[in-house]
Design a binder for this molecule. Sequence first.
Ligand code: NAP
Ligand code: HSE
Length: 428
Amino acid sequence: MTRPLRLGIAGLGTVGAGTVRIVQTHAELLKRRSGRGIAIAAVCARNRTKNRDIDLSAYDWEDDPVTLARREDVDVLVEVMGGADGAALDATRAAIAAGKDVVTANKALLAHHGQGLAEAAEAAGRLIRFEAAVAGGIPVVKALTEGLAGNEIRRVMGVMNGTCNYILTRMESAGLPYDDVFEEARQLGYLEADPTLDVGGIDAGHKLSLLASIAFGTRVAFEAVALEGIGQISIDDIRRAGDMGYRIKLLGVAQLTGRGLEQRMSPCLVPAESPLGQLQGGTNMVVLEGDSVGQIVLRGAGAGAGPTASAVMSDVIEIARGSRIPTFGQPAASLVAAPVARSTSPAPFYLRMELSDKPGALAKVATVLGDEGISIDRMRQYGHKDASAPVLIVTHRTTRDAIDHAQKRLPATGVVQGQIVAIRIETV
Ligand code: NAP
Ligand code: HSE
């Protein structure tokens, strides 16, 4: 009889403890589905005496994740500590060098070291699987590497950071400013230890870069993701966008064109009634477009113990079944370094600006936009306050370059006060 697949779990926080719980509660089910038992040989965390509400008495304890990774009785290292470098990187490298497969939930680690780790794993005949690293419980890595493997992928897009989606939807539903909801999210424990990873779009950018690699057969290029966070989004933008029939989402888009690989993670407006517009709270949504399949929409919990551990276990079962899919769906050496392309695909844009309340002000704005080839679709002017009035403009399809030029020229008209907000509108 085949012996059980033995796990060494490094990290016993939200994801690690959730993983232990699934192994303990679903032992029979896992055995039926894997064709062999799944056992935990040893675990590791920083603090041995911390109460984690799980029974760890049957497992050996290691203080050092590298020692755990090298143990003879560990077949698979489950790396759920986090961090792009340090213990996570050391333990992953040690596991591969010692002939173990690795399952990780760590998008930062793979966004920064994915190529090198994948090459090392393949050279050693080992696997790295990372379903939990992107969009928590949503099986998007498997959708790309398996279910859609026969497609040329045209575009990958989605909302991949639950914390940002929570903040944006809560600002709208409670009518609260960004700073208040950010503080609420902190108290609810939603924010990463370094909150800029969430609100700066970095965490979601990590995830997008990993999906892009699988989708397009390109090397992971996190440093090439055009990143913009949600820190500049005001309650005014959310309300005004709502008045025009839109919601603001931190949206990632990746596509490979003749010019190269475009990857951007930035706040976008989406129609309020669209699937993305309806996405509430910490939920994630990933949209995949393939040449044969058309559009696939995957929606579900992007974080939390249960959903993320569910994804970790799907990788463990894949390994137990003997599946040998390379890290990014094809041999690491065959991934190409695509040139970085700035997004030039035209889209409608939402513009918000404060205009001086004097004759000809709107005409001056319209002239600059017209000079840049930007055509106005809809416009709304709000109640005047003092000597100015907020104006919203939705343009017809235009390019980011045209919008950037117009934004640079508009202050010289002498009628625009303060900052001009320009947000791309995506119609999914
Ligand atoms: P967490 O709750 O902070 O847990 C981290 C665990 O790692 C803790 O048990 C900690 O030990 C242990 N650890 C950290 N550094 C260590 C070291 N040097 N040596 C030994 N143990 C160490 O984190 P998490 O939320 O479970 O996230 C884990 C990973 O999953 C991260 O890469 C994260 O990005 C990813 N992820 C998380 C979620 C989620 O919903 N939380 C979703 C998707 C992906 P102590 O407990 O003793 O401090
Ligand atoms: N901080 C991440 C989020 C956790 O909010 O989506 C899951 O990766």
